[in-house]
Design a protein around this ligand. Structure first.
Ligand code: SF4
Length: 288
């Protein structure tokens, strides 16, 4: 871990990353890609030491409150958050300035901040987004080795729902020949239904690879799935989008089960919902 002084913290769409790099070790992680110009090892986490000062300054200058997002490039609840508490302190600022929050994580550590998530959701809106890739915990330990397994994430989603906090699941990536099975999609969607997840984001059944994450992904395939790298190379070459041969049938299955369970699955509508800021008095439920 190392500290840097950041120049700014909020993106034009009010997203922020308090950390750079990630400790969770997902074998397919896109944030490793060279196009992001990370000038340090991915596991040597960069901590933006002035992030909270910058955030408070940015929130104070906002003409009106809005949704603040985090977690798109590094998980806000990776192990070092237990000591540093940057995410927790950012949530305290978000609450102080009357904004809403949405966080993307795979970690059950988010439960440690449930008091703040509830408080933000009570006055405005707080939405937790959680990625699920496989309902099989053994497979989960291979492809997402340093974060809690799917069954723990399921318990977390249930606890958040019990606390009144809306949850959205990202169903991705679906790795060709690894987790692209009907059994897996059904298993994940059953978890989502039982945890009363509001919506599921899914852009397709596949994975993207580019320079930087491709090499890491292939080295991990060699460790855990002998022969798989060669199968990928034969089928996809250097392609960016690696679509599962079962993409079409699995997407049909996904949409039909979401309809049956009453889970929202229109990506555009979900992103509109995520960006929509709500005051308590005017909270809207029409999207669901
Ligand atoms: S949790 Fe997200 S950012 Fe962290 S390694 Fe996994 S995919 Fe990458």
């Amino acid at each position: 871990m190392h500290y840097v002084k950041a120049k700014g913290i909020l993106s034009p769409k009010n997203g922020m990353n308090l950390y750079r790099g990630c400790q969770h070790g997902c074998i397919y992680c896109d944030s490793r890609s060279l196009c992001y110009n990370m000038n340090h090892d991915f596991e040597d986490i960069e901590v933006k030491e002035n992030a909270l000062v910058l955030l408070e300054d940015a929130l104070r200058k906002k003409r009106k409150p809005c949704m603040i997002g985090t977690g798109s490039m590094s998980d806000p609840y990776m192990p070092l958050e237990a000591n540093l508490r940057y995410t927790r302190r950012a949530l305290q600022l978000i609450k102080k300035y009357g904004c809403g929050a949405t966080l993307i994580t795979k970690s059950n550590r988010i439960i440690e901040d449930i008091d703040l998530l509830k408080a933000i959701n009570h006055s405005t809106k707080c939405v937790v987004q959680m990625t699920l890739t496989t309902y099989d915990d053994d497979l989960c330990r291979l492809i997402e080795p340093n974060v809690c397994t799917t069954s723990e994430r399921f318990k977390t989603l249930k606890a958040l729902n019990n606390a009144g906090i809306p949850t959205i699941v990202w169903l991705c990536p679906i790795l060709p020949f690894i987790n692209d099975t009907e059994e897996n999609i059904r298993g994940i969607l059953d978890y989502c239904s039982l945890a009363k997840v509001k919506a599921i984001i899914c852009f397709g059944m596949g994975v993207t690879l580019r320079e930087g994450n491709r090499e890491y992904f292939y080295s991990k395939l060699d460790e855990s799935f002998p022969g798989m790298k060669e199968q990928y190379m034969r089928r996809y070459g250097g392609a960016y989008m690696l679509e599962s041969p079962k993409h079409r049938e699995l997407m049909q299955l996904f949409h039909s089960i979401c309809d049956r369970y009453g889970i929202m699955h229109d990506n555009d509508a979900i992103f509109n919902y995520l960006s929509e800021f709500e005051q308590n008095s005017s909270k809207q439920i029409s999207w669901f």
